[in-house]
Design a binder for this molecule. Structure first.
Ligand code: SAM
Length: 282
């Protein structure tokens, strides 16, 4: 079997297939041999678990997942990588590659069809241009996932793990706090990738909660309010929500007051409980 974290093996495979990296697809492949085994272990890949990987690349993480998990389904958008993966994953009998955009795949159906009787986790080195949409999609679709272990840009990892009410919080932080407990696992330097990105990365794990820590009457409407609150970060929540969600200022002021919040408060200052209270008062 090829050693896919050996840089000369990777270069050889890619050049034989005439492959060139696509920046727009976020193609930075891992070439540090210690990262993928650790991600697979800490991501919970074991014989009772099915793993969904997003973005196989040339299969370096896929292979480590395949060694440990009961089954792996890897979703890769770039059709040029499919023949490469047929070669590099030869012999990984518990592994299937699907050529598709992860945001367009019916993951609920995929889980029912491919992972019957298994716990399911996501483990992926995410394409950075769509990190937030992917994480939001995985969480808001309420998929039966045990955890989501992903490599993301270090700064995004901070936003995801910092919790509501912190300076780096964004709408995705509220979503993460609502659905999961986030934990940073380890940092990965930019030199661990080919080609090297401009910034360092971190691996984080989101352990799904059984129940959200706050009750809201309509989750979709709640998250619409949250996104409107963070739409214009420099503005107060009052100004941001009134322009992004079209709610009148007097109505918002009344709800802020009922929730015990100052009218100058900014979205990043609110806890999850305060967001829920504000929503219910609107
Ligand atoms: N897992 C490999 C690794 O660690 O070396 C590759 C990771 S690379 C950062 C991200 C991968 O995601 C690329 O192979 C890219 O083609 C793929 N990708 C980009 N957008 C995608 C999408 N919407 N759905 C599925 N895969 C996507």
């Amino acid at each position: 079997m090829q050693n896919l974290s050996d840089i000369s093996v990777i270069k050889n495979v890619l050049s034989r297939h005439g492959f060139t990296f696509s920046k727009s697809l976020g193609q930075n492949f891992l070439v540090n041999p210690s990262v993928c085994p650790r991600m697979a272990e800490e991501g919970g890949a074991d014989e009772k678990t099915g793993v969904i990987e997003i973005g196989a690349g040339i299969g370096v993480l896929t292979k480590e997942l395949s060694k440990r998990a009961a089954k792996v389904v890897s979703i890769e958008l770039d059709p040029r990588l499919i023949p490469v993966l047929s070669e590099t994953l030869d012999g990984c009998l518990n592994t299937e590659v699907i050529n598709a955009d992860v945001l367009k795949v019916d993951l609920q159906k995929l889980i029912e069809e491919k992972f019957q009787g298994l716990d399911v986790v996501v483990c992926a080195n995410l394409p950075y241009y769509i990190t937030t949409p992917i994480i939001t999609h995985l969480l808001e679709s309420r998929l039966p996932l045990r955890s989501i272990t992903v490599m993301v840009q270090k700064e995004v990892a901070e936003r995801l793990c910092s919790g509501c009410g912190s300076r780096s919080a964004g709408a995705v932080t509220v979503c993460v706090d609502y659905y999961a407990k986030a934990k940073k696992l380890f940092d990965v330097s930019k030199g661990s990738f080919l080609p090297a990105p401009k910034v360092d990365s971190s691996v984080i794990r989101l352990d799904k909660r059984k129940d959200p820590p706050v009750q809201v009457s309509d989750e979709k409407a709640f998250f619409r309010l949250v996104r409107a609150a963070f739409a214009q970060r420099r503005k107060t929540l009052l100004n941001s929500v009134s322009s992004a969600a079209g709610i009148s200022k007097p109505q918002l002021l009344e709800a802020l007051e009922k929730a015990g919040l100052d009218h100058n408060v900014r979205a990043e200052q609110l806890s999850l409980e305060q967001f829920a209270l504000l929503y219910e008062n609107l």
